[in-house]
Design a protein around this ligand. Structure first.
Ligand code: HAM
Length: 417
């Protein structure tokens, strides 16, 4: 029986990996411009890292986590997102004592037991950034400016930045009461999940994709009408800073996020090119989370980009891959022995190069060089070898040049540059 990968877990094949490397490269470059440093974290965490932070009555915690007991019966979870582990690490490693402001980013796989479809997988990858220690609205605006800058740098357009505010505990308590009152009137029309969560977490109804809840949602109260003065001022200032930075955005007062840790600003970057899975990045402020993890009161804000969705938006273009440079087609044993030494010197010069390991016809070697995308082929025949000569073929122009084997590497470097 052939063994296959787990449903919703994908291989990233060599033909696709250049796009992944490209996206990671752009992220590292852009985040560096804003002063962010990489934090590499474990994939497994103790389950409460997520249950306590994301919220017990969320889809992620209720039904999407890969959790299991280890050999000692301790419940572990494969991280469904990166923010909670970053906060766990921030508190555990006392990063707040080293600098009043910490700017961290991460790149890696996340795991959610969701129904796989285009743009939604069970193992997916996020590039995330988190900023600690900055309560000011200018930090919110800069975070969104950074994510916009990143998308511009990858060459992706047709994206929309949507923003909202979820207020503080005080605003949300008032809003929750209003929501419970509103939805209770039509409780029978809610889907089973939302009816069950109505009292516990009515905000989740606003995030529900079921058609029946969708209808009810249309006339539901909106959070922006329940913001306290401080939260309202914060939101206005965020919008002013975004205008000042010339970042285009739309206020989406219906947007609530699928995780419970948010306070005040939330945002999503959406596309109209991916069907139902339209969020390419999402994030928000979470000023209370550090305390939940036993750390000091530390305001924070962050976002995560869904790498699979972003990669689906990249055009098919070979600009993402590094091109291999020189293939050596050696004809015969002696030529092959010389070739392996030339390869060593080419690689020492930083030139990506290969040769055929077994004795094959020139035609078959040329075919392999062509298929692998080599720009040049150095042909060394046994006859030419006796005259100390080789032929360098430019695969694009088909031009051929004879080279001396005295010092072929210098000549090759000159030709290919
Ligand atoms: P999230 O909205 O759950 O937020 O996920 C962020 C992004 O990850 C989504 O917008 C989407 O692009 C991608 N994503 C989520 N689930 C899947 C999936 N099953 N398959 C493919 N892509 C997916 C968070 O995870 C928060 N930690 C973001 C954040 C950071 N908030 C503050 N800091």
């Amino acid at each position: 029986m052939k063994l296959t990968a787990i449903k919703g877990f994908n291989d990233i094949l060599p033909v696709e990996s250049p796009k992944w490397q490209y996206v990671e490269r752009v992220a590292r470059e852009i985040f560096h411009l804003y002063g962010y440093k990489e934090l590499r974290l474990p994939i497994l965490e103790k389950t409460p890292v997520f249950t306590r932070s994301i919220g017990e009555a969320t889809d992620i915690v209720e039904k999407e986590m890969y959790s299991f007991p280890d050999k000692n019966g301790v419940s572990l979870t494969m991280r469904p997102e990166g923010t909670a582990p970053v906060v766990r690490s921030f508190v555990q490693n006392v990063l707040y004592s080293k600098n009043p402001v910490s700017k961290l980013y991460y790149i890696g796989p996340m795991f959610r037991y969701e129904r796989p479809q285009k743009g939604r997988y069970r193992q997916f990858h996020q590039i995330g950034a988190e900023l600690f220690g900055a309560p000011d609205p200018v930090a919110d605006a800069e975070m969104m400016a950074m994510v916009t800058h990143f998308f511009q740098a990858t060459g992706i357009d047709r994206l929309s930045l949507q923003i909202n505010s979820l207020g503080c505990d005080e605003c949300r308590a008032k809003f929750k009461a209003k929501l419970i009152e509103y939805f209770s009137k039509d409780k029978g029309a809610l889907c089973e999940n939302c009816a069950r969560r109505l009292e516990l977490n009515p905000l989740r109804i606003l995030d529900c994709k079921a058609a029946s809840c969708g209808e009810l949602k249309k006339a539901a109260p909106v959070i922006l009408d329940y913001l306290c003065i401080d939260c309202s001022d914060h939101f206005s200032a965020v919008k002013d800073h975004l205008n000042n930075l010339e970042v285009t955005y739309k206020v989406n007062e219906q947007m609530v996020r699928g995780l419970d840790y948010y306070t005040r600003t939330t945002f999503e970057v959406t596309t109209d090119m991916l069907g139902a899975q339209n969020a390419v990045a999402a994030g928000g402020r979470y000023d209370k989370l550090c305390e939940t993890f036993g750390g000091p009161k530390t305001p924070a804000i962050g976002f995560a980009i869904g790498m699979e969705r972003l990669i689906l938006l990249l055009d098919d273009n070979d600009k993402y891959s590094l091109k291999p440079q020189v293939f050596i087609a050696a004809m015969g044993n002696d030529a092959r022995n010389v070739s392996i030494k030339i390869l060593k010197r080419l690689r020492a010069e930083g030139i990506s190069s290969e040769m055929e390991y077994s004795i094959k016809s020139l035609k078959s070697q040329m075919r392999r060089a062509d298929k692998s995308g080599y720009s040049f082929v150095l042909i060394i025949g046994d006859e030419e070898l006796k005259k100390n000569l080789a032929t360098l073929r430019n695969m694009a122009t088909k031009e051929q040049t004879e080279l001396s084997l005295e010092n072929p590497v210098d000549d090759i470097v000159r030709f290919i540059n």
